[in-house]
Write a protein that binds this ligand. Sequence first.
Ligand code: AR6
Ligand code: MG
Length: 305
Amino acid sequence: MAVVEAVEGLAGKFRGSMAGALMGDCLGAPFEGESRASRSVLNSYFRRLADPALKVPYKLYTDDTAMTRCVAQSLIDEKGYCATDMAKKFVKEYYNEPKRGYGSNVTDVFAALRATKFQDVYAPAGIQFGGRGSYGNGAAMRIAPVALFCYDAPDKEVVHIAKDSSLLTHANRLGYNGAVLQKLEKLLELMEQGDSVTPSQVEDTLGVYISAHMSVPTAIYSFIRALNPVTNIESDNAFLRTIHYAISLGGDTDTIASMAGSIAGAYYGFSEIPESFHRHCEALSDAIEQADQLFKMRKPKSTET
Ligand code: AR6
Ligand code: MG
């Protein structure tokens, strides 16, 4: 792809967040579900990708990015949250490219949305898992554009869009909200132990699984842990270190690295993402384009009522 023109400041953070979500997904996908990759395998993976002379096909994005792109495009096209449009975009995207690695139950929601002609877009998710709804991490993995769109908006607006856009596919709210709070306490305990915390400890304490409450706190922890150098992780660029660390935990590597990458990208900004990595991820220019559009249309600051 063409060299991306540098932007700094807040616009760079928007780009960083969208690019970080994409890069975590693309770079983490080859390790998803496998037993944890050894530190030497991951160090050489990142070393190879950093080599400007390396010629390999770019890494494909998975359902995480496919859905993130839909969320972003819907917010852009509709200039806000429109449940029917977002649901339609998810379904269209899925039937265009069904082999992106979707969760095995969310595809029933897409089928039901299509079969019922989007009459009640929240209904199909509500009947998943015997009416309990999915607690998979598929709603959390696509949420970055909502945070960007609501950058200056009151908290209640962020919560409304985050919650309702999640409910289109994932209705099990009570179950995981409570669990996430408990996990955050454990996250604080791990933070106090600094660089001595091992990947097995993270797996046992926070989880590295497909469920939201066993992966969202892990992604947040990955970002915090990688603020400083991590033993056995060679990457000295802090953005890459975040993705590298998230992948090193094993399990749902693409999704945890994607969620961690979107936070790290927003924190460090796009200019901190090494250029040699840009060409390794499918459709980075689309992520940048969507980030720029979300930046331009972000809601003006308003006081909460
Ligand atoms: N009861 C039992 N199992 C559940 C429940 C529940 N209430 N909810 C979820 N699961 P799904 P997603 C399990 O299909 O969240 C890709 O690999 C169940 O095994 O709603 O969009 C991405 O990269 C179910 O199949 O999809 C992400 O890692 C699984 O959780 C992930 O999939 C996923 O829930 C996103 O999946
Ligand atoms: Mg995944």
